[in-house]
Design a protein around this ligand. Structure first.
Ligand code: DHB
Length: 403
């Protein structure tokens, strides 16, 4: 076994791991990132497409945001569609801020390019990643590299950025860990449709047949979702049936309709809320999906992961460079504050827009009243807008490391 050392071992080369390693590199903190997936597998993951303004500003400040300015599309509003009418929530008028439509796999491409240009240490396609020791001064990770060589990597801090099936999370012992979990009784049927956009902005539709969301990927490829049973099988749905169901949910008196085209991809996305507390144990820190899952409505997953690692990069820099442990000691509490607020936002946006199968009529009327209030009150719209564009992120440091 080859013995190696680094300051921070990062498990997971998704958005959380790659942004964390980028922020650490800018601070001159050595890190090694490992992932069992190859770069092609990581970039091939289909995920949401909305970036908060804070996420865009952070990527820009690090020199990884250039393509967002070229290929990303700024959205200043969203449509909430009820009873066949679209009500626009003007994000910019309410908050002075916007969101960007820019798919997650493109963010990953930009981050890989950044890491290549800055010659950071990414080990992809590794196998058998395991945490073999955790202590008050560091941790030890073992894995077999893509070249077949077994490595024992000692680090001063270990960051678990390894997604919802996190291995690193297991290093936080059961006796100190609480797993908060809530399954929702529906899922999303997601499709990619080869067609021009049906609307200029995203449409979140709540209809008697259930929720639907019309989003976009490129001028010729659209991403759409509709609420379905978690046990739904994609093979039971012909293209025509998918498009009819979407049309039925978004159509209405104003004549709005989808531009149709071939369905080129389909998947069923389960809905759950999950938070692991605490997000830190000794020198083990969790960030992103390893620590939490939010239901997809509102597209907070990547943005929340970025918010975690902004705090974590600062905490680790303080701890390892300046030998000050305060921010690291506060990481779990500081990160959890935004995590729970985001949970609340995503949960609320989901339960507000999705009729629950078999809901009692009282709850269903209450849900409709909530949507009715949102689309008729400027204050309610402003509150949604504030959370949708994202709460401010702490500023990122750069103490002379590579830019
Ligand atoms: C997308 C996904 C979401 O969950 C959302 O709220 C907005 C957009 C998307 O995939 O484009």
């Amino acid at each position: 076994m080859r013995q190696e050392r680094t300051r921070v071992a990062v498990v997971g080369a998704g958005p959380a791991g790659l942004v964390l390693a980028m922020l650490l590199a800018r601070e001159g903190v050595d890190a090694v990132v490992v992932d069992h997936r190859t770069r092609e597998e990581i970039e091939g993951t289909v995920r949401a497409g909305i970036l908060e303004q804070g996420t865009v500003e952070l990527l820009d400040a690090c020199g990884a945001g250039e393509r967002i300015g070229v290929d990303g599309v700024r959205h200043d509003g969203i449509g909430i569609r009820v009873d066949g009418t679209t009500h626009r929530v003007d994000l910019r008028a309410h908050t002075g801020r916007s969101v960007w439509l820019y798919p997650q796999h493109e963010v990953l491409r930009d981050l890989f390019a950044w890491h290549r240009d800055h010659r950071t240490d990414l080990r992809l396609g590794v196998s058998g990643v395991a945490v073999t020791d955790t202590g008050d001064d560091g941790a030890v990770l073992t894995f077999t590299g893509a070249d077949g060589v077994a490595v024992e990597l000692a680090c001063e801090a270990l960051a678990g950025c390894d997604g919802s099936r996190s291995v690193v999370r297991g290093a936080i012992p059961d006796r100190v860990r609480t797993d908060h979990f809530r399954a929702l009784p529906f899922a999303w049927f997601g499709v990619l449709v080869e067609a021009p956009p049906s609307a200029k902005e995203l449409v979140y539709a709540s209809s008697e047949r259930g929720f639907a969301l019309i989003s976009s990927r490129t001028p010729t490829l659209q991403r759409m979702y509709f609420q379905c049973d978690p046990a739904e099988s994609t093979s039971d749905w012909s293209d025509a049936r998918v498009l009819d169901e979407l049309q039925a949910r978004v159509g209405g008196v104003d004549g709005f309709g989808l531009v149709e085209g071939p369905v080129v991809a389909r998947d069923v996305i389960p809905m759950r809320s999950y938070v692991c507390e605490p997000m830190r144990h000794r020198r083990v820190f969790l960030a992103g999906d390893a620590a939490h899952t939010v239901p997809p409505t509102g597209a907070k997953g990547l943005n929340l992961a970025v918010a975690d690692v902004v705090l974590l990069a600062r905490a680790l820099t303080d701890l390892l460079v300046h030998r000050r442990g305060g921010a690291a000691d506060r990481y779990a509490t500081d990160a959890a504050r935004r995590v729970w607020r985001t949970q609340q936002f995503s949960y609320r946006m989901t339960t507000m827009l999705h009729p629950q199968p078999g809901a009692d009529p009282f709850d269903e009327q209450r849900r409709r009243a909530e949507v009715g209030h949102l689309v008729s009150s400027q204050r309610a719209a402003a509150e949604l807008a504030e959370a949708y564009v994202g709460w401010p992120l702490p500023a990122v440091g750069n103490s002379g490391g590579p830019r």
